[in-house]
Design a protein around this ligand. Sequence first.
Ligand SMILES: [Mg+2]
Length: 268
Amino acid sequence: MTILFASDLDRTLIYSKNSRGTEVNEQDLSTVEWVDDKPVAYMTNKGIELFDQLPSEISFLPVTTRTASQYQRITGLFNAQYQPTYAIVANGAVILENGEPLVEWSEKIKQQLKQDCTTIEHVLPQLQAYAKKGFVLKVLQAESWFVYMIIDEKMFSVEELENLSNIFYEQGFTLSHQGRKLYIMPNCINKSIALQFVKERIGATTVLAAGDSYLDLDMVMSADHGFIPSHGEAVQKIDSLPPHISITQQTGVLAGEEILKIVSNYLL
Ligand SMILES: [Mg+2]
């Protein structure tokens, strides 16, 4: 029996200083990511311990919107001794197998992007009109896959998000607002579809999935058991809670620990 524990990383298992909350003392936190030798992401010590002791029947599958190189920075969790066999990065556009991208998978996504007219070249010209608005601080690209913006949250209204969501929805994109980042994600780049591929490849019998954002919702909903941190954007997108979905009681970095606690007890 193989149980797959597919989990988003940022704001689900690992947390920045801004998103981790204030309930946990510095000495109870471990750094899991550094940028230029500066700590940037954390888990609780207890969370790390639970993660390290997950039963061998449970295979961990990271599923992140980070690019491969951003993912590989999380050395506090995925150190030289422990590398998951598979990782889904770039929101599902890339599947790493033993650290190497599966070329046939990404080629399929590239063709689909062209067919759907949802390539970066299609999005960028449309964003010029918004670049003049005060809320857009930067427009960035995740390799050749998708566009995301760094926004000024104080100047960005719910109406603005709805307006942009509607415009891009009709063209085949999903928008996700996560703190200072606003993702414009082509629908064919989807964590859930990539997860299904890995599930079949390893012959997993059961999938547990966790995620906080709108981009995680399909994956969490289609799992046998799904977990959403209570602070997550995904919580707002659910009308009624299906019985196989749990929302954490805790928020911030403690929500990550709570999910790991439930997953580590799954077989008991
Ligand atoms: Mg997340």
